[in-house]
Design a protein around this ligand. Structure first.
Ligand code: ADP
Length: 260
């Protein structure tokens, strides 16, 4: 039996099809989020990738920033619930999930069954989100996927003191023109994001295991800085960006068993 999870984010659309509520039969990721055709493309791609037809889906759930405008799913679920459920599937021992996406950051504390106990969130300010990294990536001409490689070469990470993305942009430009190396600036940028999100995380109790979810989890520079800032190992899975869609597909499966 198949269930479908759809996560429509601010920058990307992700889908997961689960077989019997557990095994990932197919996944898709399209780099276009809310307000674009990305959601339709992601849904089409996941069916093609899994060689599964619409008629074989027993239940579907949609989550993410764009969930309320999507019409094709059986239910809508909050992102917090989906990231908690998705992270718990991959890391059963996880108690704290740090989700950094394209335009917000959330820290979620879970119980041993993956149920959310409390959360804190920043959705007001681009600093401490993927948006900050994307803006800096464009200035530096270093793709976000290469930031880790640069950050590990840093010998004296720059200090980004501006708390606002717009001011931080000018700060980084003047650091570069003042001769600070790209690796040191990149490490400073990763430290800045980790500093902001770990500050948010410290508003609730950080219980191990800690993992990251969302697209920024792929940025090893931020992961390393986060681990230092929290003084705790930070677990990472290559599926981290799919945790929301994975959790949605699992939620759809659980809803079916509750109905019966
Ligand atoms: P949303 O759900 O809000 O669209 P995502 O969870 O998909 O956001 O995360 C998007 C962010 O992930 C981007 O802003 C970018 O900084 C980061 N990102 C995406 N791909 C990579 C990658 N390969 N390496 C590092 N960071 C990445």
């Amino acid at each position: 039996m198949y269930t479908l999870g759809i996560d429509i984010g601010s920058t990307t659309s992700k889908c997961v099809i689960l077989r019997d509520g557990w095994d990932i039969a197919a996944a898709s990721l399209v780099r276009a989020g809310i307000g674009t055709d990305g959601q339709r493309q992601a849904v089409q791609a996941v069916f093609e990738n899994g060689k599964v037809s619409h008629g074989e889906i027993a239940a579907s759930a949609v989550t993410g920033y764009g969930r309320n405008t999507y019409k094709g799913a059986d239910m809508t679920v909050s992102e917090l619930t989906c990231h908690a459920v998705g992270a718990h599937m991959v890391f059963p021992g996880v108690r704290t999930v740090i989700d950094i996406g394209g335009q917000d950051a959330k820290v979620i504390r879970l119980d041993e069954n993956g149920k959310m106990l409390e959360f804190v969130m920043n959705d007001k300010c681009a600093a401490g989100t993927g948006r900050f990294l994307d803006v800096m990536s464009a200035i530096l001409r270093v793709p976000v996927g290469s930031m880790e490689k640069e950050a590990v070469r840093a010998d004296a990470p720059a200090k980004i003191s501006s708390t606002c993305t717009v001011f931080a942009e000018s700060e980084v430009i003047s650091q570069l023109s003042g001769g600070i190396s790209v690796p040191n600036v990149v490490a400073g940028i990763c430290n800045s994001v980790a500093g902001r999100v770990s500050g948010l995380a410290k508003r609730i109790s950080i219980i191990p295991d800690v993992c990251m979810s969302g697209g920024v989890a792929q940025n090893g520079g931020v992961r390393t800085a986060m681990s230092i800032a929290l003084n705790a190992p930070v677990l990472y899975s290559e599926k981290a960006q799919l945790f929301g869609a994975l959790g949605a597909a699992r939620y759809a499966f659980i809803s079916l068993s509750k109905d019966n």
